[in-house]
Design a protein around this ligand. Structure first.
Ligand code: EPU
Length: 301
């Protein structure tokens, strides 16, 4: 979708940089996604005004974080993409408290805190994406979930159309799900972390990195796990048992390393990936009577 000149001029006054006709395939870890205008929000305090402007001009939008857990439709997209560019360094530590911008890199946050002897997040080290995306999904791995450490979140709330601060206790963090509304925009987080010597944290990080390298296709284009694990079960194990590793739909392929990772093995389209997801879901339903739920977020036209 293209922003008209007069709206673009007003957006500029609010500190928004409009990049016309950007291929979102270049902004996602799956390297899949069509084209639209990308709006970089350089002054996040103007978000309420930006949202009012977009609503007034009838410009639909979606908020793109790190692009590592999203599957985006092909072609010319009927909405614009909003993005908070990274600020440097975007994080600081005071005692056992870390203050981190949502646009910061999740792994970068783990190492920044580790170097200041704050641990507890070792498991998150290899999870690609932004801190904001991790908060929204309650990202987790190897026994760590980001939600455990959250004390406050500053966000743009779609319900009130204002920037607000929520206390950690007032937010629900479940397995890959939170009580944030789909249109809420994460801005900053305050975390409380346990003290731990850097060396010990580093040892924990190494263990997680090794486990991840041994089981996940890290050098291929993916969005991590495609399906959530069903209660008490493992999506990857079921798909593997059905001998679907390496199964393809065009260039969309079930990883031959971890069956819950679907990779873009060339020039996969969103259409190919969605067909593969539906087919695998169908096969699992047929064999196990379990309906797998998407873990990846799908943005269709
Ligand atoms: N398994 C297989 N074949 C496979 C993949 C897995 O048999 O192809 C078996 C494993 O041997 C193991 C079980 O399935 O017995 C679970 O596998 P794994 O330890 O790899 O964990 P997972 O449940 O598949 C979850 C998260 C990952 C996270 C890892 C490590 C979900 C959907 N996935 O994977 O997160 O990195 O644990 O903690 O919860 C993601 O969210 O995108 C993601 C990759």
């Amino acid at each position: 979708m293209r922003v008209k000149d007069n709206a673009a001029a007003q957006l500029k006054e609010l500190g928004v940089e409009v990049r016309p006709g950007v291929s979102l395939a270049e902004k996602t870890s799956l390297a899949i996604g069509g084209t639209t205008d990308l709006l970089l929000l350089r002054r996040y305090e103007t978000i309420p005004d930006v949202m009012r402007l977009l609503a007034g001009e009838n410009i639909p939008h979606k908020f793109l974080g790190g692009g590592t857990n999203v599957l985006i439709a092909d072609g010319e997209l009927p909405w614009v993409a909003l993005h908070l560019p990274t600020t440097q360094p975007g994080m600081r530590v005071e005692g056992n408290t870390a203050y981190v911008d949502a646009s910061a890199d999740l792994g970068g946050m783990v190492t920044f805190c580790a170097k200041r002897d704050l641990g507890g997040m070792e498991g998150l080290i290899g999870v690609p994406g932004s801190v904001g995306g991790a908060l929204r999904m309650n990202a987790g791995a190897y026994g760590t979930q980001i939600g455990t450490h959250v004390r406050e979140v500053e966000l743009y709330r779609a319900a009130t159309r204002e920037i607000e601060t929520l206390r950690g206790n007032d937010i629900r963090f479940d397995y890959r799900h939170t009580s944030f509304a789909p249109d809420d925009v994460m801005l900053r987080v305050k975390l409380e972390l346990p003290s731990k010597p850097y060396k010990e944290i580093l040892a924990g990080i190494r263990v997680c990195n090794e486990k991840r390298r041994a089981s996940q296709p890290l050098n291929q284009k993916s969005a991590g796990c495609i399906f959530k694990n069903p209660p008490g079960g493992s999506a990857g194990k079921m798909i593997d048992e059905l001998k679907l590793k390496g199964h393809r739909m065009g260039d969309a392929m079930v990883s031959d390393r971890h069956a819950n990772f679907f990779v873009n093995a060339g020039h996969a389209s969103c259409y190919d990936m969605l067909k593969l997801i539906d087919e695998v879901r169908e096969r699992v339903r047929g064999a196990y009577g379990i309906e797998l739920e998407n873990e990846v977020i799908v943005w269709q036209n």
